[in-house]
Design a protein around this ligand. Sequence first.
Ligand code: SAH
Length: 256
Amino acid sequence: MSAGPARGSVTVVGLGPGDPRLLTESARAALDAAQDLIGYQPYVARVPERAGLARHASDNRVELDRARHALDLALSGRRVAVVSGGDPGVFAMAAAVFEAVEHGPREWRDLDIRVEPGITAMLAAAARLGAPLGGDFCALSLSDNLKPWTVVSARLEAVFRAGFAVALYNPISSARPWQLGQALALAAEILPAVTPVIFARAVSRPDESVRVLTLTEARTAPADMATMILIGTPTTRLIEREGQTPFVYTPRSVAG
Ligand code: SAH
């Protein structure tokens, strides 16, 4: 190897759903090795401060700027960690970093760029209930910031008709108040009214709340940006328990 300038690195780190015990050892090692920490403010706040770690918290929805900042710092020789909640490849920073690399200066391609996976919200939420995603399932972001609503609703209709369980990320925000209602109205046109729907909020955080509803009940249930919604299939089962949230599972087998 030629003795060039110190080669920096960018590691895109998944912080998991909230509880620090759900952070992988490998992700923790990447955070411990980092000199710069970049991400949306609430995620940066989850990483303890320490000497030698420069923190660059930014606002939401500036993912590409954040990615370019990380790559520039790495080019100057720094070890940079870019943090996302859950898994960085699920509606998060990893794709933004690679989008920046594809369209950015050639030197960025020679950097040491890695992704450290994390436990994504839908798997953390599913584990609380049992196995609601035990058969085929898919994940959709309800946000229409990066894709038109016509695409979101066409995809929703296709997956409801195909019999997938569906994990809905980004169900609602103050700027997107009506999308969840439309998604559930569409579900109600296709799926039985008693289909189990789970509203899982702030899973693994101190303010966690998890509710198991029917599709009809779900249409008037409150949700916010910290909520993830799992819509079951016609085969999804509830196992009722005295005084406790029922177990929810989707059998692995489907009749032919
Ligand atoms: N990369 C993240 C998802 C980012 S999109 C991941 O893999 O989990 C942000 C959305 O994820 C939120 O609007 C919410 O729908 C969901 N979410 C993230 N953390 C959550 C948690 N702890 N509990 C419930 N939903 C969560």
